[in-house]
Structures are given as C-alpha cells and as structure tokens.
Design a protein around this ligand. Structure first.
Ligand code: BES
Ligand code: MN
Ligand code: MN
Length: 457
C-alpha cells in the first residue's frame, strides 16, 4: 500500500482542487430551480469515476434526479465492493449565516467550508480518489461498483426501484458507505446503526377564512393555539412520546449493550458548551448517547401559520401547519409509525378544528453486524491509518437506502464515515477537515486489501 499512499501524496493538491470543482455545483435536490446543476453534477461524478479508472460509468436517468453507476471488474473471482454515496446536498439557507459562499469552497484553519463538503460530496469523493490511487499503482484488491445518487436528501425516492431493476448488475459482497461521523480524530469510530425516519406534515383548519381577531377572537378556535397545544401534548413531563403504541416495537438494549454504548468517549460539558446550551434535554432515564443513538424521538422541524410579515396584523388565521419527524429504532416500522401518529393526531384534535395529516418520505432503521469480515476489515483499516482501534457507536441520522440494500439485494453495509458530529451538515458553514479527507483516501485502500484477504481466507 506504500505505492498507493505515495501516489496520493504526489497528487493530493489536485485531489482537493477536483473536490472543489464538485463543491461549486449547487446540486440541491430539494430545489427544482437547481435541476440543471444537479444533472450537471451527475455528469461530473461520472467523468470523475471514468478518470479514476472505471471501465463503465453511466448517468442513469430516473423519474427524479439521475443515479450515477460505475464499475471496474478486475477479476470476477475476487470480492466486489459496492460503494454508495450521494452527490446531492441540502439547501444552503439561511444564506446570511454563512461566512463564505456555500458553493464557493475555501480552506480555513485546515477545514473545507462548503455545502456538501462533508455530506456527502467530500466523503463520496474520497472513494473516487482512493480508486484512482489503487488503479494507478496496480494495487486494486477487489472489484468495485459505485452507486452515487442524487436524491438522498429528499428520501431516495427512485433508488429503491433502481435496485429492484438492476439486481444482477449490482451483485456484490458488501456495501461500503462514507456518509456518517466518527467521534474525533483521536477517537476513530464506526457507526453500527442508523435510525429510521417517519416524516409527517399536519394542517389544522379552524374557520373557513382568515377572520378579524377582534370581531371573532374569543369565540372561534384559533388554529395556531390549538396546534400548539396538540404539539405540546406529544411529550409528557419525562419527555416520553405520548402517541398510543409508539414504543410498542422498540427493541430495548441489554444492560451489557447499554454499558458498552456509554463507554464511548463523551464529555457532557464540552457537548453543552459547543452547542451554547446550559443543559441537555431528553427522555428521562437515558444518557445523551442513548437518546441520540438507540431511542426513538419526535422533533418539530417547522411550524407556521397566520401573519409573519412586517408590523402587526390582527388576524385570526384559518389554518396552522407543522412538519413533524420521528427518528425510529429497531424494530419500529416507518409506515406503521406514520399510521399510529395519524390516528393519534386525529384523536387529540378538538371538534372546533379539523386536521389533515400527510406522510412524507420515510426510511427504516438499520443495525450493521460487528462480527463480519467487512466490519473487521474496516476496523483494521482504521487502526492502520489512525493507530487506534475504532470503537463501534450508534449514529442518530438516517440513510433510508441502507435498509433496502439488505432487503432488495441481500447486502450488508459497513458505515465507514469520516465526518465529525460538529461538521455542521445541513447547517450554515458546513465543513470537512482536509486531514479527514486525506485520511479517508488513505484508509479506503486498506479496507479493500483487508476485505479481499479476509474473504479469501
Ligand atoms: N449523511 C446523512 C445521515 C447521517 C449523518 C447519518 C450523520 C449519520 C451521521 C444523510 O445525508 C442525511 O442527512 N439523511 C437524512 C435523511 C433523509 C431522508 C433526508 C437525515 O438523517 O435527516
Ligand atoms: Mn449524507
Ligand atoms: Mn444529509
């Protein structure tokens, strides 16, 4: 692997510049006015994969944003690694909170600032450059396939069908993903689970039109007041979620599992000061690591209604809205939770209003094995480049397609992420350490090598 790493050192500045070219493309999947940019980004990823040594690279159109597929088969008898990542990014707003333009990447204090630097262009591109290093130095140990999608941030709507339609083409031994975080550079870690997601939107309607709040106020229910009360009732005084049946399928951890989870390095004081909060909040009886890793949650993502323009307007609004999402853990099911939530929300609505509940995209929780060759190869690869054995953790985020890799293709996943929790993904000033970017490129070839060795042993 020394040649491979020497090649990386020789070309490291170019690798960073090429990443910058990708980061300059505003491939915001949620914003249809950016569809051209998103399509252009898919082309750029395809070209990068060809340049890195793939024999086949194609942009596959879907009902939504295109999927980039690529492969390099060196020997059909060798194991095949299917690398998954996404080239789409979250919207950059609020724009005024960025220190530099979200699509004008810069390095400040050793960190790359740009939307997508960590989630996931920067991490996905590590795999492209790692392939280039392995290909250029003849050190590829496995066949490689790539799926880089453009709809992860909007729920991977069309990737499920792509998996169904391309089972043969996507045959592999393992899925490798860098789209999660590790604890820190001093404490490398591997996420061994992701939470699922059920995302709901609610609409509360009172009178059939906006009313004068003096003429009618006090006699007609205000949908904002009613919605606020309904929302407030969804957590009890212990911050448990009050939705009938919500916890029914939740898999409780054993005492040993809980102890193991809580041995991960975590300093509560640092956590609080870094977030600017005086205290943490959450479900009674669980630690912060448990609250974000293995417990289901419910979050308000947005709430609106009535007059929010300049000055004052005395109005009793006709409608109020909220976006509410729930993070799910094994063995909860997103559709079942969506149904339970809908029934509950309808049940608690007073008869002076009507409510409408709709379901947005969701995803299922996953746990990845820690006794597999793939996990052991990732563990050994990180130990080789970080000098420390990585610890298994449970991540709080969601990547909906991971459950489908298993369900549709029968493939397990390794989540070898190089981001940090405070990289501001989805927030202003998203960043990714240049060191992490290079460490990733250095570590990935070791994964390939160790995985090949372990699979053939
Ligand atoms: N890469 C993240 C998920 C993630 C981040 C997992 C950090 C673990 C640690 C992914 O791009 C993401 O943001 N997923 C969304 C879900 C999607 C359906 C919008 C999420 O978790 O909110
Ligand atoms: Mn991501
Ligand atoms: Mn994301």
């Amino acid at each position: 692997m020394q040649n491979c790493h020497n090649y990386q050192i020789e070309h490291k500045d170019r690798f960073l510049n090429e990443l910058f070219d990708l980061l300059r493309i505003p491939s915001v999947s949620a914003d249809s006015t950016k569809n051209k940019d998103t399509a252009q980004c898919a082309e750029a990823v395809k070209n990068a994969l060809l340049q890195a040594g793939c024999e086949i690279a194609e942009v596959c159109s879907t009902a939504g944003h295109p999927i980039v597929y690529a492969e390099k088969i060196i020997d059909p008898s060798l194991p095949t690694i299917l690398t998954y990542g996404h080239y789409d990014v979250q919207p950059p707003d609020p724009l005024d909170l960025w220190t530099s333009g979200p699509f004008e990447p810069v390095v400040v204090d050793g960190k790359i600032y740009a939307r997508g630097s960590c989630d996931d262009k920067g991490q996905m591109f590590m795999h492209v450059k790692a392939l280039e290093c392995m290909h250029a130095t003849n050190s590829l140990a496995c066949n490689v396939k790539f799926i880089i999608e453009g709809e992860e941030e909007v729920g991977s709507t069309n990737l499920g069908k792509f998996l169904e339609d391309n089972k043969e083409k996507l045959k592999a031994d393992i899925v490798l993903v860098s789209d999660t975080s590790m604890i820190s550079m001093e404490h490398p870690s591997i996420e061994t689970g992701l939470r699922g997601l059920a995302y709901m939107e609610v609409e509360v309607t009172g009178p059939n039109r906006d009313l004068h709040s003096g003429v009618y106020g006090g006699a007609v229910a205000n949908p904002i007041t009613i919605l606020s009360k309904m929302i407030a009732s969804l957590h009890d005084e212990n911050n448990h979620i009050v939705v009938d049946g919500f916890y029914d399928d939740v898999q409780e951890l054993t005492t040993a599992e809980r102890t193991a989870l809580n041995t991960a390095p975590f300093v509560l004081e640092e956590y609080k000061s870094e977030l600017g909060i005086n205290n943490v909040w959450g479900e009674k009886g669980y630690t912060t690591l448990e609250r974000t890793g293995v417990r289901p949650t419910m979050e308000l993502n947005g709430i609106w209604g009535g007059y929010i323009g300049e000055g004052a307007k005395t109005v009793l609004p006709s409608k109020a809205f909220a976006k509410i999402s729930m993070r799910l853990v094994p063995n909860q099911n997103s559709h079942k939770i969506a149904e339970i939530f809908t029934a509950h929300f309808n049940k608690i609505a007073p008869d002076c209003v009507s409510v409408k509940v709709t379901e947005h995209h969701g995803g299922e929780p996953v746990v990845t094995p820690t006794d597999s060759n793939a996990y052991k190869a990732a563990e050994k690869a990180l130990e080789t480049t970080f000098g420390k054995k990585p610890i298994p953790t449970r991540g709080g985020g969601s990547i909906p397609i991971i459950a489908l890799f298993e369900k549709t293709l029968g493939l397990k996943t390794v989540l070898m992420g190089f981001g940090l929790d405070n990289d501001n993904i989805h927030s202003p000033n998203e960043k990714f350490d240049v060191v992490n970017f290079y460490k990733g490129i250095e570590t990935i070839p070791y994964f390939h090598k160790y995985f090949a060795e372990m699979q053939s042993a």
